[in-house]
Structures are given as structure tokens and as C-alpha cells.
Design a protein around this ligand. Sequence first.
Ligand code: GDP
Ligand code: MG
Length: 449
Amino acid sequence: MNKQTQLIPRSRGHVDILVGLSFGDEGKGKISDTITPQYDVIARVNGSGNAGHTVCDGTNKHVVHYIPCGFLYPGKILICGAGMAINPVDYTKEVIVLEKNNPDLRRNLYVSHQATLITPIHISKDIYRESGIGSLGSTKKGVSFGYADDTEHKGLRMLDIVKYSTKDFLSFYKEYREKERKLFPRLPIFLKGNDLTEEENIWLKYIDKMRSLKIQIVDTVQFANQLLAEGKNILIEGAQSPLLDVRLGHYPYNTSSHTTPQMLLGYAGLPPGALRDVFGVMKPYITRVGGIPPLSVMDDDTDKIFREEGHEFGSTTGRARKCAWTDEVLLRQVIDLCHPTKIYITKMDVCPVDVVKIAVGYLLKNGKNVLYPPMNLNDFESVVYKEIPGWKFENNELIPENAINFIAHIKKLFPFIEIAGIGVGPNREDIMYLSNNDLNKIDFVFEYS
Ligand code: GDP
Ligand code: MG
């Protein structure tokens, strides 16, 4: 290579990242599926089977827990990255189901050798904890225990499936199991001593199935960088919300992996300089599952109306999601956490009330009004609301004036962020676009004091 060619920059693609702006289930799956055609590579790099993303292609509804939402498009490269925690049973089953829609899927799917494995022992620990006083409202899929073992340097990783033969893997698993049994002898999975349970035998069978299906386990950091250098464009889909980040999120009601775009880029091993857009996805209300209700809760009747109209039941567990009002205070925080350049507002078609509330501030116990969540949530006293008129979508061609006012209000709060589109139904084509210039010109029908 002569000096001249060294100066020519490598052909580089770019990276975009998509994250939710509340507590999950904002419709990231739908948006990811909608924008997939613009990318060569779709990556999921964090979280586990506790996340559920829905894609409606106009004919069928698909729910994925592990595989990136680009799975319906033949030829797209799909990556499951290093920050994921994978249960081989659920992962393999999901691949087999999705292959029915995309026979090329397995050929284009790559999973990181550094992803950690969820074992039956993790699930047993999770069920045991959830049945007792330490319950956190988890999905009982062993996720936090899987990540904890990895942090303690005693977890199993995807690499072990490559490293060991079937026989050696069994000995390796038994060795790990014996250490755990000594530490946690009362765990239900160890009631029969050294004998493997049925769940464990199934789990081991699926480890083998991954081998026979030739699931491609690779160094995804090297692979993604190579793709980027070739000029491929990459979309990283965030599972869980930045508000639930293991370090920066609402502890202890957060998730077990990193969820902010900055950290997702890290899990992918991709350079910050390649980052182009961060897409934030929000609804005109908030939902939450698990241990703690959001602060801006709705009364029980309104909560029920929104849940039914918005079909707000968990895509992983079917649990009823708790509905809450849009919360500007949390929006400010999440925008600091993830710096979106563009926002999609999904579910604009779901507004089953005449009056919509928006949380505009919090009143603290010391009498102060604040616009940003206090460090110590024990200081929180109540939510300060403003009311705005609701809206009804009569058809998918016209955005009702009150809906535009809501969107323009979000735009006014964060003028540096573009409103990229609004969701008006679960299907791919149920999306509408509006001019941000026009939004900026709107005279607000409601103003906050
Ligand atoms: P994710 O976890 O953020 O990917 O969201 P989920 O898929 O768990 O939940 C979102 C739900 O809302 C799914 O059932 C979607 O099909 C549905 N959905 C997404 N966008 C829209 C929309 O604009 N309008 C309506 N009515 N439903 C939507
Ligand atoms: Mg979801």
C-alpha cells in the first residue's frame, strides 16, 4: 500500500440506534420493521427473552424476544450482539418459527460468542425469588441471575457451545452446577441432588440443536466493524428503555443490561463517530409492567379504558400493563440519557378520552416544584398535571387538530429533535408524516404557566 492510498478514508457505513423513551412497549418493533429497508444490518445487542417486540406485516402478527425486528426482510444481516443473555431453548425455538417466514434467516443470522447463556439454574433462582419476599415482578426467565453470573465471572457464554463437544459441554455444565449446588443447596432445581432435572436435559438438548442447526456464533464486534468498513448501514435496536439502564436507570426497578444508545454502541463494539441518528419512540401515554407503577398513574377506570383500547398486555407474559399519562419530567431525563435526533410517536390513534393529562412537573415533599426527577424518589410528593383536549382519528389521511397540538407541544419542549413520524395503527403502513416546519409554526391551543 503506498502513502497515497493510506490517506483515502475507508469506505464507511453509518450506525443508527432506536430506543424507547418510556418504560418499554412503545412500539419499537413496529418502527424498526418500518425502517429496516434503509439498512443492510439490523442488530440487537442487549437484553434477553424478557423483551418482546411486535411486528404486524399487514397479514400476520409476529412477536420476537431475541431476533432483531428486521427478520421479515430476506437478505438483511441480523446480529445478536455481545450484551445479550440468551436462553438456548427459547432462542432456537424462535429461530425455527421465524424461518417459516424467511427461509434465509439462519444463513443471515449471527450471534456473539460473548453473549451470556441463561441456564435452568438461573430460571430456578428467579422463580424462587419471585415466589418469596424478594419479588421484583420479573418475567421469571432468569435474566438478572444470568447477568449476575456473568458479572461474577462464572457464567456460561455462547463461546462454550463452540469450545466444547456435546460430551465435554455436559461435564463443563455439571462442574458449574456442582459449584452452584454447594452455594445454593435449597434451590428447587437441586432437590434431587446430582440428578439433572427434565428442564436441564431439555436445555442441553437445545444446546445440541444449536450445533446441528449451525447457528452462527461469531465475534460480532469484529464482524460488525468489518461490515461498517465495507460501507454497510447498521440499525441497532434497543431492548428496554434507557430509563431502565442497569446503572443509570431507576434503580432497583431497572433491567439487568445497559440500555442507553451510548452503551449499545459499546456492546456492538462500533465507533461513536459512525453514529448518525438516534431514534426515540414514545406513545402519547406511558405503560409499565413489573414491580412499580409510573408516577403519573391514571385512575383505575381510565387505566382500564386505555389498556383495552391500546391492547396493553405484555407481549412476553400477557400481563396487564399499567397505563400512565405522558410525563414531561421523565421525558427530560430520558432525553438526557439517549439524545434522540428524531422521535416517532406511536399509538396516536389510541386516545379514548376527551381530556388528556400531561405531567408537567413534580411537587416534592419540601414544597418545591421540579421539572426533573429528584435523585431520591423518596422526596417525591405528587405530580403536577395540565389538561389538554383529546382527539379522535376518523381516518388515516387527516391528523386531528388536537393530535397535532399534542405533537407540536412535544416538538416545542425539545425543539432540536425532529418528529420523524406518527403511528396510527399496528401495521407497517399505519404511519403518517408531518412537516416539522409546519409544527414549529403552530399556535398552541394550550400553554403552560
Ligand atoms: P416494543 O416492545 O416497543 O417493540 O412494543 P411492543 O411490541 O411490546 O408493544 C407495542 C404494541 O403496540 C404492539 O402490540 C404493536 O403491534 C402495537 N402498536 C405499535 N404501533 C402502534 C400504533 O401506532 N397504533 C396502534 N394502535 N398500535 C401500535
Ligand atoms: Mg415490548
